[in-house]
Write a protein that binds this ligand. Structure first.
Ligand code: KIV
Length: 266
């Protein structure tokens, strides 16, 4: 399959082709998703919540992101790998942001980085894109701002907030980002932002009119502890149930002496 690059992602928007994106955090998942034809793999800092069991994404470190990213990069053949910059890896100074973005490219094997924030993050985005490191922006419900937002709430509902988000999207595009994640905003606003930008928007909880859609892979495969997922998630499989049935059978086989049988014995 053809290698997906940043210019190819821009071309997809220009040609009106949709851009499906899924998160991945490990080698095996990256390989399966890549072989299934997903064009973009996002090594999201959501790994902190869905893989490590943290309450928020805030504790995730750059070392952890680098580790996950390296595993994903080894598993993909054609997908574009985008790595999230975790909290505190780009907010403190532009110098640190540049160094940390380089680390995700150099050690993690990512081909682009993603960071959260609108107009306030524009200078940082410019500093990173000036090093020829492609940046994906992320506005709306930005999980690293959980304490300011007071919870995972839909953003941009009032006219003032919607206008601020439109400004955020424009500043990020001007700063050189190649795409923007729109998370947790009204579908009508996402449609307006998408129409006003030349770079693609990737929606999550932002309605059907974005140029692409992203989901956390554990959510869409039904691999979440407790099985509670946000309303915007479509569950395409129930892997928790499949795993639970398989494990139950294994326990029974061992207890009743059916495993290992002759075929599994040297
Ligand atoms: O961390 C993540 O997985 C993300 C996506 C949900 C957009 O940022």
């Amino acid at each position: 399959m053809k290698k997906i690059t940043v210019p190819e992602i821009l071309k997809m928007k220009a040609e009106g082709r949709k851009i499906p994106v899924l998160t991945a955090y490990d080698f095996q998942t990256a390989r399966v998703l890549d072989e299934a034809g997903i064009p973009v793999l996002l090594v999201g800092d959501s790994c902190g919540m869905v893989e490590a069991g943290y309450e928020t994404t805030l504790p995730v470190t750059l070392d952890e992101m680098t580790y996950h990213c390296r595993a994903v990069a080894r598993g993909r053949a054609s997908a574009l790998v985008v790595a999230d910059m975790p909290f505190a890896s780009y907010q403190v100074s532009r110098k640190e942001a540049k160094r940390n973005a380089c680390r995700l490219i150099k050690e993690g094997g990512a081909e682009a980085v993603k960071l959260e924030g609108g107009t306030k993050a524009a200078d940082t985005i410019r500093a990173i894109t000036d090093m020829d490191v492609p940046v994906m922006g992320h506005i709306g419900l930005t999980p690293q701002s959980i304490h300011r937002m007071g919870g995972y709430r839909v953003q941009g509902k009032s006219k003032t907030d919607a206008e601020a988000l439109m400004d955020d999207a424009r500043s990020i595009e001007e700063a050189g980002a190649f795409a923007i994640v729109l998370e947790g905003i009204p579908a009508s606003l996402a449609k307006e932002i998408t129409a006003s930008l030349s770079i693609p928007t990737i929606g999550i909880g932002a309605g059907p009119d974005c140029d692409g859609q992203v989901l956390v892979v554990n959510d869409m495969l039904g691999l979440m502890a407790g099985n509670r997922v946000p309303r915007f998630v479509k569950k395409y499989a129930d892997l928790n149930r499949i795993i639970s049935l398989a494990v139950g059978e294994f326990i029974k086989d061992v207890n009743e002496g059916r495993f290992p049988s002759k075929e599994h014995t040297y």
